[in-house]
Design a protein around this ligand. Structure first.
Ligand SMILES: Nc1nc2c(ncn2[C@@H]2O[C@H](COP(=O)(O)OP(=O)(O)OP(=O)(O)O)[C@@H](O)[C@H]2O)c(=O)[nH]1
Ligand SMILES: [Mg+2]
Length: 192
């Protein structure tokens, strides 16, 4: 796949604006500030195609990136505490609509911060993905922030945390150093 040729297509803030899907989609999901935009930029070989935010919770829209015969979909981050009830409602409606509107979702890339145990919100998202029988991989972000023993401990703990879940792979990833890029690309290429 030609990752370098991806272009920003559109962004949507409310579900009514969502167009029907005419291409297979790879979806990127995770809590706010987990490193989703950084991962996308790394995969697509661009510095700032997906905006990296200094302020968490900034990407409140679904962003579409169009490649050759495939679309990458950047979902708005969840779990940011300082948002209003109405924002939370809008987020939930947007997600529900996105996932239930008959799109050709080939793979969900579910991000979780490698420094911490998976959160209750991560678990809700994983349950939702499993409930909808979507193929997915779990990516553990910011792996460069852990030292050797922390890294080993997290690699062990995640096995327990994901007990009962069925990801196709669990990939430690660093947008900074590039760890996990070949593994993640391999998972994407399996479904495209
Ligand atoms: N060290 C390190 N920092 C990272 C990595 N990935 C992301 N970050 C940092 O984490 C912060 C959040 O990154 P983003 O890529 O904007 O995260 P996001 O999930 O898109 O955040 P929202 O769009 O606000 O929900 C930024 O300060 C990034 O520089 C990584 O692999 N290593
Ligand atoms: Mg973002």
């Amino acid at each position: 796949m030609k990752y370098e040729s991806f272009q920003i297509e559109t962004s949507f803030g409310v579900s009514a604006q969502l167009k029907p899907s005419d291409l297979p989609e790879i979806v990127f999901s995770g809590r706010s500030n987990v490193g989703k935009s950084s991962l996308l930029n790394r995969l697509l070989g661009r510095k700032n195609l997906a905006r990296v935010s200094a302020v968490p919770g900034k990407t409140a829209t679904i962003n579409f990136f169009r490649g050759d015969g495939v679309r990458f979909v950047d979902l708005p981050g969840y779990g940011y505490a300082k948002i209003s009830q109405s924002e939370k409602k809008r987020w939930a409606e947007l997600m529900e609509h996105y996932f239930t509107s008959g799109r050709e979702i080939r793979l969900v890339i579910q991000l979780t911060d490698m420094r911490h145990p998976i959160t209750a919100n991560d678990r809700n998202m994983l349950d939702f993905i499993e409930h909808n029988a979507l193929p997915y991989v779990v990516v553990m972000t910011k792996s460069d922030k852990l030292n050797k023993s922390e890294y080993a401990a997290r690699m062990q703990a995640i096995v327990q945390e994901l007990d009962g879940y069925h990801p196709r792979a669990v990939v430690p990833f660093s947008a900074l150093k590039g760890q996990g890029v070949p593994e993640l690309k391999a998972e994407i290429e399996k479904v495209i």
